[in-house]
Design a protein around this ligand. Structure first.
Ligand code: ATP
Length: 429
């Protein structure tokens, strides 16, 4: 069943507020099994609201409108809907009582402005939705419409839901009143569920090659790829009659994808590299220290973004200058002189020095050229060395050549450092 969203408000069009209602409603509608193909934004202009509403009605079984239900002159959603549906606005006496009671509760001792009562008007035949957090009631309209399908005319139910703009009013109204009502009235219920598998260290095209056979459009489950910074999401979307049936569809495909992609999958859904690595360090009772040059503390920042990271994160130091590398990590002056601050030898010396001085199980060190300055022909922008050492003198150093601006290079370096640590903890390197 097709649903669409219309967000009403000049402030949305002017970019003064962000349309979080549309994002929220899209997610909610998909969860209920609706296909959302269109979202529109329109300013507080009756003609334009009518135009977009007519288009929505011509193609969608459910139209959800947000905003413009207030008592002021620019709140014209009710009028526009009444005009398009050819249902005159009629006063709903129960709403007068409710609006007055709400006003007296939140503004005791004040006289309610008369224009608040405009909100008691509803298009004839519409049902109202209670607003626990404001005076503007929502509206729920169900109507029968004729639909031409392969030269046959059938009568179908069409739903129109109109909600107040403020998210704190819209969301409880949607969840507590609209969702149960829609579930009751829709004959066939489809559930849509997602699973996101997170991949690091593989390109989009390499993943595509491995799982192409699952990626046909309109299949069930549908599998798609989404590239994020330094990682790729494999999104598996299933439709079914129930949550458990959707879960079954997802897990059968997930099993095969995991087999094919293997250890490059580092987590699922809300996992991040730092949360995955943190959990592993904690479960193995290991402690980590990080020495950062070109990443300037970003790796430590990401690790400490995870609550409870003090269980496994001992310290992070930013050793930006050569002197800092020598003073704080004991990197020999000669090593820097002979090989340069950005070199395998310096990176390893940093990691070993870190482990030795902190007496910590694992040390990670990063040195590189984030650019745009500071490069030479044999040491270009994006050249980064990441070294990992442990208390038993294990050492591993990987050379990278990242592409991008300064911030992107720093991010990619932090991503690879966390991935190197993850692979070490999985005994893959
Ligand atoms: P009110 O009674 O508050 O006037 P309303 O239904 O008329 O309710 P609007 O006047 O359209 O709502 O918007 C009121 C406020 O709600 C906006 O100033 C904004 O803060 C918020 N709002 C409106 N639409 C959206 C939206 N699509 N996404 C996020 N916030 C919104």
């Amino acid at each position: 069943m097709q649903a669409e969203i219309i967000s009403i408000g000049t402030e949305l069009i002017l970019g003064q507020i962000i349309d979080t209602n549309a994002v929220y409603l899209s997610q909610q509608l998909q969860r209920l099994g609706f296909d959302v193909f269109h979202r529109s934004t329109v300013d507080d202009n009756e003609q334009r609201i009518c135009d977009i509403f007519r288009v929505a009605l011509s193609r969608s079984a459910l139209v959800v409108i947000s905003g413009g239900l207030g008592p002021t002159k620019d709140d014209i959603t009710r009028d526009a809907v009444a005009k398009v549906l050819k249902s005159p606005l009629v006063i709903e006496p129960k709403l007068i009582t409710m609006i007055t009671q709400y006003f007296n509760r939140v503004r005791p001792g004040h006289q309610m402005p008369k224009n608040n009562l405009l909100q008691a008007y509803v298009p004839k035949g519409a049902e109202y939705l209670l607003n626990q957090r404001g005076t503007a009631p929502g509206l729920f309209i169900e109507k029968k419409v004729s639909k031409l399908n392969q030269k046959r005319v059938s009568r179908i139910n069409q739903f129109i839901v109109i909600l107040p703009g403020p998210p704190r009013e819209l969301q409880p109204m949607w969840e507590n009143q609209v969702v149960p009502e829609l579930k009751k009235r829709m004959k066939q219920q489809t559930v849509i569920k997602y699973r996101v598998l997170k991949v690091v260290g593989m390109s989009e095209s390499a993943i595509d090659e491995q799982i192409q056979d699952f990626m046909a459009p309109e299949s069930n489950p549908e599998v798609g790829l989404m590239a994020a910074l330094g990682e790729i999401d494999i999104r598996i979307t299933a439709r079914a009659k129930s949550e458990s049936a959707a879960d079954k569809i997802i897990s059968s495909v997930e099993r095969v994808i995991r087999k094919r992609i293997g250890n490059a999958i580092f987590g699922a859904d809300n996992d991040t590299l730092e949360s995955v690595v943190g959990n592993r360090l904690r479960s193995k009772n290991l402690h980590l220290a990080v020495a950062e040059s070109c990443t300037g503390g970003l790796i430590s920042h990401r690790i400490t973004n995870i609550p409870g990271s003090s269980d496994y994160f001992e310290r992070g130091i930013v050793v930006y200058s050569n002197k800092a590398k020598q003073d704080l990590l004991g990197v020999p002056k000669e090593t820097i002189k002979k090989y340069g601050a950005v070199s395998e030898q310096t990176a390893i010396s940093m990691a070993l020095g870190l482990v030795k001085r902190t007496r910590i199980n694992i040390g990670i060190a990063v040195t590189g050229i984030a650019g745009p300055t500071g490069w030479t022909p044999d040491k270009p922008v994006g050249l980064v060395y990441i070294a990992l050492a442990n208390a038993n003198q294990y050492q591993n150093c990987v050379k990278y050549k990242f592409i991008g601006d300064r911030e992107l290079i720093k991010w990619r370096a932090s991503q690879e450092a966390l991935n190197l640590l993850r692979r070490y903890l999985l005994k893959l390197c």
